[in-house]
Design a protein around this ligand. Structure first.
Ligand code: NDP
Length: 483
């Protein structure tokens, strides 16, 4: 059993009751730090999803559906407070489940609390409008929940992704059905227990762990679901969109990226350096907004290459509970995917690699952080999402080159521009095809308040901030004729 587990992990939450999945089947949850079985989890299937959707529909007809926005906000705020009280417990579960170093897992738990606080406070601040219309009319708009929302969450940031999607959906009065990733679902279950403790009415949140092709596919195709939010791969995102499309329901897709940082020769390199490296190796590079491409102007190329190499040389990889900078990746399967990419880089210059710590056993899913230098912009390692601790440095000469290279992948999630030239900052912020652009920083500390989402194959729809609340609601126009 995982250290610190305080609930039965083999159950689903449906309509306020913790129950075994209909088929009675379970899945083994693997600790990526050493390959051991942590525990079994429920393997929910279509019948469980059907029951969860039914429970969510009942909640919308009952107390939850009638609750004021103020009261919903208070419950979310309470959930945030309870998460803060259990930050260390949540971090311990996440570290064992995902392989995330404890400090990073703790930061995710704090971020989950912050989402709940933000959406708790915002729940009663999303207004409709009045619209001037023809003489004799009063016209106004109402923001209403979609109804039942389906949430497919991946393994890389379970707490943050639950916070930003389930938090926003509940704030707007939807009833949620959550399918966590089969490889990481302990904090999803913990979150559901915390929600109950905070007084969330039965059925407002339902959690059915299971396999994507079974429980996940059943959720996205269910005719009782009115909105689907998905974070994960492009291939699965396309399947999710197809399934939801058959029911003609909106979908939010967050599908990762190949996010660049552009370093010009007038940049504050000391300020840039920690962001250049950290944005690539955080969570062992398994981050949708990881910065896997470092574009460097020729005059400062050697300097950056040298300093990034030094930083890589100081990276030690080890078990999550040792709390080093880099833990294992999520699974042996993910390790194989990343090693496959490293094989494609055989023709490239490896500028530096991290080292394996003494505690990293060979049954763990460890990958050495690897920095490639002098990489051509059209090389597969410079174009494809690797989802591992791998970065490429790409030299450029002019601003035009930098823009062309930055925009040369299928993705567009996050970008950052390091330059002291204000006019260039403004020009590039417009020219770069990306959902978010940062100037002289990267990621802005998580940015719960900042709308987030992609263009191109990074997906569509916006999460975080108030945009998420608009996404988890629909607008009704009321036109009253009174003469
Ligand atoms: P997937 O996209 O397959 O999985 C993400 C989520 O979707 C999981 O909860 C998964 O369930 C679920 N899922 C899988 N198939 C279906 C389906 N047919 N219908 C509905 N839901 C489904 O990613 P993987 O975990 O397989 O990782 C593969 C690659 O995806 C990574 O290497 C990375 O490139 C990318 N990825 C991107 C993420 C991001 O943040 N943008 C996050 C995770 C992965 P289950 O896991 O239980 O099978």
């Amino acid at each position: 059993m995982p250290q610190g587990l305080w609930f039965d992990p083999e159950l689903c939450l449906i309509g306020g009751s913790w129950c075994a999945p209909v088929g009675g089947r379970t899945l083994a949850l693997i600790n990526p730090s050493d390959g051991s079985v942590l525990c079994n989890i429920a393997r929910g299937e279509a019948a469980d999803i059907d029951a969860a959707v039914g429970a969510a529909q009942n909640a919308l007809q009952g107390d939850w559906g009638r609750m004021s926005a103020l009261e919903r906000g208070r419950i979310l705020t309470r959930m945030g407070q309870l998460v803060l009280e259990r930050v260390d417990d949540l971090a311990l579960l996440e570290a064992q489940d995902v392989g995330k170093p404890l400090t990073q897992a703790r930061a995710d738990a704090v971020a989950l609390a912050r989402y709940l606080e933000f959406y708790g406070g915002a729940a009663d601040k999303v207004h409709g409008q009045t619209i001037p219309y023809l003489e004799g009319y009063t016209v106004y708009t109402l923001r209403e929940p979609h109804g039942v929302t389906g949430h497919i969450v991946p393994w890389n940031y379970p707490m943050q992704i639950i916070g930003r999607s389930v938090g926003a959906a509940l704030a707007m009065g939807n009833a949620a059905v959550l399918k966590p990733a089969e490889e990481a679902c302990l904090t999803a279950l913990a979150f559901a227990h915390i929600a109950q403790d905070a007084g969330l009415p039965d059925g407002a949140l339902n959690v059915v762990p299971g396999i994507g092709a079974e429980a996940g596919a059943a959720l996205t195709a269910h005719p009782g679901v009115q909105h689907v939010s998905f974070t994960g791969s492009v291939a699965t995102g396309a399947l999710v969109q197809q399934a939801a499309g058959r029911n003609v329901v909106p979908v939010t897709l967050e599908l990762g990226g190949k996010s660049p940082q552009l370093v010009f020769d007038d940049a504050d390199l000391d300020a840039a350096l920690p962001f250049l490296v950290n944005a690539g190796i955080q969570n062992a590079g398994q981050t949708c907004s990881a910065s896997s491409r470092i574009l460097v102007q020729r005059d400062v190329y050697d300097n950056i290459r040298h300093r990034m190499s030094e930083a890589y040389g100081a990276l030690t990889v080890g078990p999550a509970l040792s709390d080093l900078r880099v833990g294992p990746v999520i699974s042996q399967r993910q390790k194989d995917i990343i090693q496959g990419f490293l094989g494609k880089g055989a023709d490239l210059e490896v500028a530096a690699q991290g080292v394996l710590g003494d505690e990293a056993v060979n049954t763990g899913a460890y990958v050495l952080p690897t920095l490639f230098a002098g990489v051509p912009a059209d090389h597969p390692l410079a174009r494809d999402e690797i989802f591992g601790p791998v970065q490429v440095i790409i030299p450029f000469d002019t601003e035009e080159d930098a823009i062309r290279i930055a925009n040369s992948t299928d993705y567009g999630l996050v970008a950052s521009i390091w330059t002291g030239n204000g006019a260039r900052q403004m020009r590039l912020a417009k020219a770069i095809r990306s959902g978010q652009v940062f100037i002289n920083n990267y990621g802005a500390g998580g940015g719960v308040e900042l709308p987030f989402g992609g263009v191109g194959k990074s997906g569509h729809g916006r999460e975080k901030g108030f945009e998420a609340l608009y996404g988890f609601s629909q607008l009704k126009t009321v036109a009253a004729y009174h003469g």
